[in-house]
Design a binder for this molecule. Structure first.
Ligand SMILES: [Zn+2]
Length: 234
């Protein structure tokens, strides 16, 4: 089983402070470091099948260390099930090959007002605790002459949600992706989500939610933001 490489060795050898904070403090405060999901350069040198095999072995070790009996019929299949779920489902958005293919169309209807796709339900996972983030995304754009199918807005949200995430990065990744795709700066994304690492553990606050936004181009104008909020609340 080949689980170590340079990055893992470096991780195991260091516990330096970042702006005076330990890694634990950064994770617990859900701070994040950049727009790109931090990935190793060789992230896709091994196949999905190899990844699943290794994750299953490692997850079996975690269960074993916790004292669970892997010979129990109910637990036996769990390591494989978790490995498959990680690679094929909940973290499938890490692999660029799973990025949705999006075709652009001419804006034949000459519709030049904002288009809002609201209440897109998504499930993601907090990269600091690996527990779910559940929320709704509202996505808006003003066509520069090109449009995409409405379901594609949903697919882009799902693609970036299926990664270990922090909500700010998820919001910005969706926003910048749509700006590139639609060839316009006029894109807005609002995400309203619940983090299970906040509600089910830690401070155990079940009623709080986190709202983040990305406003580009004409959406930086307060009147456009008000208009967008009216659409969302309608
Ligand atoms: Zn968390």
């Amino acid at each position: 089983m080949k689980i170590t490489d340079n990055t893992l060795d470096v991780y195991l050898a260091t516990e330096e402070l970042i702006q005076g904070l330990t890694h634990d403090e950064i994770g617990d405060d859900h701070l994040y470091t950049g727009l790109e999901t931090p990935m190793k350069k060789n992230a896709f040198e091994i196949s999905d099948a190899e990844k699943k095999e290794t994750i299953a072995q490692l997850f079996a070790q975690i269960m074993d260390v916790m004292g669970l009996d892997l010979n129990d019929d109910s637990l036996k299949g769990t390591p494989n099930r978790v490995a498959k779920m990680y690679i094929d489902e909940i973290f499938s958005g890490l692999n660029p090959k799973n990025k949705p293919e999006i075709a652009l169309f001419e804006n034949k209807y000459q519709y030049n007002q904002m288009l809002v796709e609201k209440n897109i339900t998504f499930y993601s996972n907090c990269e600091h605790h690996f527990v779910p983030i559940v929320g709704k995304a509202h996505v808006a754009y003003i066509s520069s002459g090109k449009v995409i199918g409405l379901s594609k807005l949903n697919r882009i949200v799902q693609y970036y949600a299926k990664r270990p995430q922090v909500q700010e990065r998820l919001t910005n990744q969706i926003g910048t992706e749509l700006q590139q795709l639609l060839e316009t700066k006029d894109v807005a994304v609002i995400i309203d989500a619940k983090h299970l690492c906040v509600s089910s553990r830690g401070v155990k606050d079940d009623s709080s939610a986190t709202v983040t936004s990305f406003y580009g181009g004409s959406f930086e104008n307060p009147t456009k933001i008000t208009e967008l909020q009216q659409y969302i609340n309608a």
